[in-house]
Ligand binder design. Structure first.
Ligand code: AP5
Length: 191
């Protein structure tokens, strides 16, 4: 069986950047991983059903609609992952207008059964500046405290994921000017 590693973090923390760096490093060592983005799987269904015009609109959808999209994404990913090493780029929790929605509820965990859940984190002020610098996305405007609370909630809800699946939880720091260190930490759990 391949390793199933779920990589999470608040929007703009740099999940995709750290994943891409780790994949490059591992490919050079001959260790193969496939990376999939959970939001992309959700958005394919949302687009087909005219539910959202872009991926940033999905977290504003009715809770039950988001749950249905999650279900579709989880079974789609389970179908493509088979026995390969896989990285799933997603969210421990999603901030919706009615509160935090678990990113990996029971029906998603049952499909994915991850070996490791990684939380990519850094200081909230760094995340804020990264969001402001990324014009390609429609980010929610949040302050330092709200980002800090979201990171705290992600740790709390991830403890439940560990209880349910027996996976380990790894915290990877992705700090300004220290991207390589974050990549090293992720590589160490993927190897
Ligand atoms: P997704 O596309 O995953 O949204 P996101 O978290 O906003 O993704 P980003 O790619 O923008 O952020 P990132 O953390 O990967 O940062 P990046 O590497 O780009 O999901 C879209 C939507 O799908 C969600 O909003 C949600 O609605 C839905 N969804 C997904 N999973 C779900 C689930 N399980 N349940 C329900 N809904 C779900 O980097 C950001 C910037 O920072 C870049 O400019 C980068 O260059 C810079 N940067 C990165 N690292 C550093 C560094 N060390 N120093 C300086 N700059 C850095």
């Amino acid at each position: 069986m391949g390793k199933k590693v779920v990589v999470t973090g608040v929007p703009g923390v740099g999940k995709t950047t750290v994943i891409n760096g780790a994949m490059e490093r591992l490919a050079a060592e001959g260790v193969e991983y496939t990376a999939v983005n959970f939001g992309t799987f959700m958005f394919e269904v949302a687009k087909k059903e005219n539910l959202a015009a872009d991926r940033d609109e999905m977290r504003k959808l009715e809770k039950d609609v988001q749950k249905r999209l999650q279900q579709a994404a989880a079974s789609g990913i389970a179908a493509v992952s088979a026995d390969a090493n896989i990285i799933i780029d997603t969210h421990s929790s999603v901030k919706t207008p009615t509160g935090f929605l678990a990113g990996l509820p029971e029906w998603v965990l049952r499909e994915l059964m991850p070996d490791i859940v990684v939380l990519v984190e850094t200081d909230p002020d760094q995340i804020l500046l990264r969001r402001l610098g990324d014009a390609s996305r429609t980010r929610d405007m949040e302050g330092y405290r709200a980002i800090a609370e979201h990171q705290e909630f992600n740790r709390a809800v991830s403890a439940a994921y560990a209880m349910y699946t027996g996976c380990t939880i790894k915290i990877v720091r992705n700090e300004n000017f220290l991207l390589e260190q974050g990549i090293d930490d992720l590589v160490s759990v993927l190897r």
